[in-house]
Design a protein around this ligand. Structure first.
Ligand code: ZN
Length: 251
């Protein structure tokens, strides 16, 4: 074998070894990121629940103060402690959410997010502000429901808490579409948006704005097409969204 040929072989082998270890490192990194994501998600869910509990306690104390003036001195200390805890929780939450978003972006660049625990609380918010007219229901040929806005472009809000895994118009007929992953294989797709106001990797809470209703893609007029799944594939294995979001129409 000539010297130059040998050189080529050595380089090829080296490149092979490098790309192989690179690939393994990628997998290990993805696994590490996913465990980190799960820990952070659980932390966030716990903090939000704790926050809600403290707010309820504070409400009770304040009600007691207004009805019973003798209780004022004792409860003021407790009230201040609770306020301080709330402030600290808020700071923790902001930090955790930022880190969570960073991890999400890294994970989305290497793989999927299917191992995340369910992020919602079981409740659903109606997805379109001020408009409740369902112009087309779920069925064999229509995998979601349409909410007609009569030419208006109101806010589309998240029906449940999750992370944005798609915010794109990829020419599939959905127009500007946003897909939110809520953990445990549950996804929601929001289609035909005029404007998308979220980014991939972003943590979005139930009720927060995703974009504006529009008629991008295969659409004859302004409406939101929303479709959902509980088994991982929001394009095909769909469920009837109306079974869930009709429960709470206006929060
Ligand atoms: Zn539709």
């Amino acid at each position: 074998m000539s010297k130059s040929k040998l050189k080529v072989v050595v380089i090829a082998v080296l490149l092979g070894v490098l790309s192989f270890t690179g690939l393994n490192q990628g997998n290990i990194q993805a696994d590490e990121l996913k465990s980190k994501q799960v820990v952070l998600a659980k932390e966030i869910i716990k903090s939000i629940k704790y926050q809600a509990d403290i707010k309820t306690e504070l409400e009770i104390i304040k009600n007691k103060e207004s009805s019973d003036s003798d209780a004022l001195n004792i409860d003021l200390t407790l009230e201040m402690t609770f306020q301080k805890t709330l402030e600290n929780l808020e700071i923790e939450l902001i930090k955790d959410k930022l880190e969570f978003e960073l991890v999400n972006k890294q994970i989305l660049s290497v793989g999927d997010t299917a191992e995340l625990p369910y992020l919602g609380d079981g409740s659903y918010t109606w997805p379109v502000e001020d408009y409740f007219n369902v112009s087309q229901y779920y069925g064999a040929t229509h995998k979601g429901i349409d909410i007609n806005t009569l030419g208006a472009h109101p806010n589309v809000v998240a029906v449940q808490t999750g992370i944005v895994v798609k915010a794109i118009n990829d020419g599939d007929g959905f127009g500007n579409k946003v897909v939110v992953y809520q953990g445990d294989n549950t996804y929601t797709l929001y289609a035909h948006l005029q404007t998308m106001k979220v980014q991939v990797g972003q943590y979005i809470e139930e009720g927060k704005i995703i974009g504006l209703v529009g008629h991008t893609g295969n659409s004859t007029g302004d409406h939101l097409h929303i479709q959902m799944t509980k088994s991982g594939n929001v394009e095909n294995n769909t469920i009837d969204p109306y079974e869930y979001i009709k429960i709470v129409e206006n929060k």
